[in-house]
Write a protein that binds this ligand. Structure first.
Ligand code: GRF
Length: 212
């Protein structure tokens, strides 16, 4: 399966997907809206093509966002992975990639969509927090949930310690889900996620839960 990953910064999730690649999938390109993204340098070092879409090369931000689609499609992806890509993709791009576009969000959706999730989890006094991998639809952080990984919130946690714990969970769940999509054990059908029973058991053994 051909995978294209979209990043804007650090790229640690991108890196986990590249490092944990299996024979089932290959990261064929990385696309970024930030040419100085640390993750872009890592991808180049791995011999992976990096495409850049910069806001200032287009008449408007809206045009730049639309151009992301062409840049991605050049690589004929079977799966497009958002990994800290900080532009909300507009409806025509989401529609063109429907069922092939996934995201990771640092909360247990539907709790805490949007930004600053770790700070908000602490402020709300949550005892559990975590991350969610989901298919992308037109609602920001609202698409069908594929799987989640939950971590405890400790009384001594700061935003940073909690973020680190969630990020470690992200690095476990995201490559496993990309691989499960590559094998066909996770798929998208008519706006819903379909997961084979055997795959659910395997994911649960890795501490990952899927919605009932
Ligand atoms: C992660 O926390 C991810 O959940 C969110 O953006 C962050 C990206 O981090 N969508 P990185 O660039 O993958 O290190």
């Amino acid at each position: 399966m051909r995978v294209v990953i979209l990043i804007s910064g650090r790229g640690s999730n991108m890196r986990s997907i590249i490092e944990q690649s299996t024979p089932n999938y290959q990261v064929v390109a990385v696309v970024t809206n930030n040419p100085s993204a640390a993750g872009a340098q890592y991808a180049l070092e791995q011999g992976i093509q990096v495409g850049v879409i910069e806001r200032h090369s287009y008449g408007s931000l809206a045009e730049a966002k639309i151009a992301v689609l062409d840049r991605v499609l050049e690589h004929a992806p079977d799966l497009v992975v958002l990994a800290g890509f900080m532009w909300v993709l507009p409806p025509p791009v989401v529609a063109a990639l429907r069922g092939k576009l996934i995201n990771i969000h640092p909360s247990l959706l539907p709790e805490l969509p949007g930004l600053d999730t770790h700070k908000r989890a602490l402020a709300a006094g949550f005892s559990r927090h975590g991350c969610t991998v989901h298919y992308v639809n037109e609602e920001v952080d609202g698409g069908p949930i594929i799987a989640q990984c939950s971590v405890p919130v400790e009384p001594s946690d700061t935003e940073e310690t909690l973020a680190d714990r969630v990020l470690a969970a992200e690095h476990t769940i995201y490559p496993l889900i990309v691989n499960a999509i590559a094998t066909g054990s996770v798929r998208y059908a008519d706006g819903k996620v379909v997961i084979q029973a055997g795959a659910i058991r395997d994911l649960e053994r890795s501490g990952i839960t899927v919605p009932k």
